[in-house]
Design a binder for this molecule. Structure first.
Ligand code: LMR
Length: 395
């Protein structure tokens, strides 16, 4: 059709293909951000199974949803984002559209920004999720990076962050990771969040919060503190939430785009354009994932069960962080790996170079993103020791 050379493999999802093609039985996949249990399976949560049974028994139609998805989802998603007693839930200034995954929510946001404010520069952290740049540029927007992570201290580059934020124009957008920064696992503390919020307020730029891991850091409530600091400044903002990880609904593609505007009329107008973006992308969202999330969040019993399961996932990841730190230390690795236990969420930026990542794959069948990001949520009691041996051998 066209004289094209092949596109490069996706730096994250492309690893799955390479992993699946590897015939070593002891291979370990620490690439894509998917939770694994102790047996190395990605389970369906029990609360999700129950919700699906209810849906199977009670669903009466497969007719189209509205452009913005299930009518019950906005308030439920807002309560999850902001806390169930927040004054903004259901307020005219807040609008939510169901989206096919966090990625879908980001792309709708990107198209909305590109149409409404085509000259905006979208600022993304250095480093950031490998897909951010591609999503915003696919919508025709220009991206620029702001400093965020300090490879020397394995912490935040606060000076760099605020120097770069001071350059952001009023018409620009800054993408912030709501919690569990991907790939570094390094999050701002509440004091830094308040400074970021003050910068947005005084300079007038638009925060776009990518909130893909709520509940994977310190808890549903703790993980929303950054978002609440932004909301407290009463600025317009966008939130792209994903329910892939915290409900384990990866392949149902379910997320939500929420906008908060200065008043109800402005929110109505902005949301009408969000709906135009949705209609010209995929018309209206698929139903099943949204039905599951709504069924769980509408039921106190299922919500309690879901939160219990989410807590267990979070604590298993924390155990694996400790196990990895201890395993490397006990193998006499000279580098200090204690930072792994301080990082949040699924990922660790393990301080491994691209060449070392290649050796892990070639010599030990351990797959990680070439940036040195490893998915701690895929470490299990069974693969922990061989993994520590492999990392100790390459560094
Ligand atoms: C990841 O970063 O591994 C996940 O968000 C999955 C993806 O789509 O890249």
């Amino acid at each position: 059709m066209y004289a094209l050379s092949p596109a490069p493999a996706d730096p994250i999802l492309g690893l799955n293909d390479a992993f699946n093609a590897d015939d070593r039985s002891d291979k370990i996949n620490l690439g894509v951000g998917v939770y694994k249990d102790e047996q190395g399976r990605t389970p369906i949560m029990a609360a999700v199974k129950t919700a699906e049974e209810l849906l199977l028994a009670n669903e009466t139609s497969k007719s189209y949803l509205g452009i913005a998805g299930h009518a019950s989802l906005p308030k439920l998603a807002q309560a999850l984002l902001l806390g169930s007693d927040h004054a903004l839930i259901g307020d005219a200034r807040v609008k939510t559209a169901q989206a096919p995954g966090g990625t879908g929510a980001l792309r709708v946001a990107a198209d909305f920004i590109a149409k409404s404010n085509p000259n905006a520069t979208v600022w993304i952290s250095n480093p950031t999720w490998a897909n951010h740049k591609a999503i915003f540029e696919a919508a025709g927007l220009t991206t620029q990076v702001y400093r965020y992570y300090d490879a020397t201290t394995k912490g935040m580059d606060q000076t760099g962050l605020f120097d770069d934020l001071s350059q952001v124009k009023e018409t620009d957008v800054v993408v912030l990771h709501g919690c569990c920064h991907n790939p570094s696992g390094v999050d701002p503390d509440l004091g830094i969040w308040k400074q970021i919020a003050a910068s947005a307020k005084s300079q007038g730029w638009l925060p776009l919060v990518d909130f893909a891991y709520q509940g994977f850091g310190h808890g549903l409530a703790e993980d929303r503190q950054g978002l609440l600091a932004l909301v407290a400044e009463e600025l317009p903002l966008l939130v792209a939430a994903s329910f892939s990880k915290n409900f384990g609904l990866y392949n149902e593609r379910i997320g939500a785009l929420t906008l908060i505007d200065t008043d109800g009329d402005a929110a109505d107008a902005a949301f009408s354009h969000v709906k135009v973006s949705i209609r010209s992308n995929y018309s209206n969202p698929p139903s099943h994932g949204g039905s599951i999330v709504a069924t769980i969040l509408e039921s106190d019993e299922l919500t309690a069960q879901w939160e219990h399961e989410l807590t267990a996932m979070r604590s298993r990841i924390a155990d694996m962080r400790t196990g990895l730190t201890e395993g490397l230390t006990s193998r006499g690795v000279a580098q200090d790996f204690s930072f792994i236990s301080q990082q949040n969420g699924m990922f660790s930026f393990a301080g491994i170079s691209p060449e070392q990542v290649d050796r892990l794959k070639d010599e030990f069948g351990v797959y990680a993103v070439r940036s040195g990001r490893i998915n701690v949520a895929a470490i299990t009691p069974t693969n922990l020791n061989p993994l520590c041996d492999a990392i100790a051998a390459v560094i």
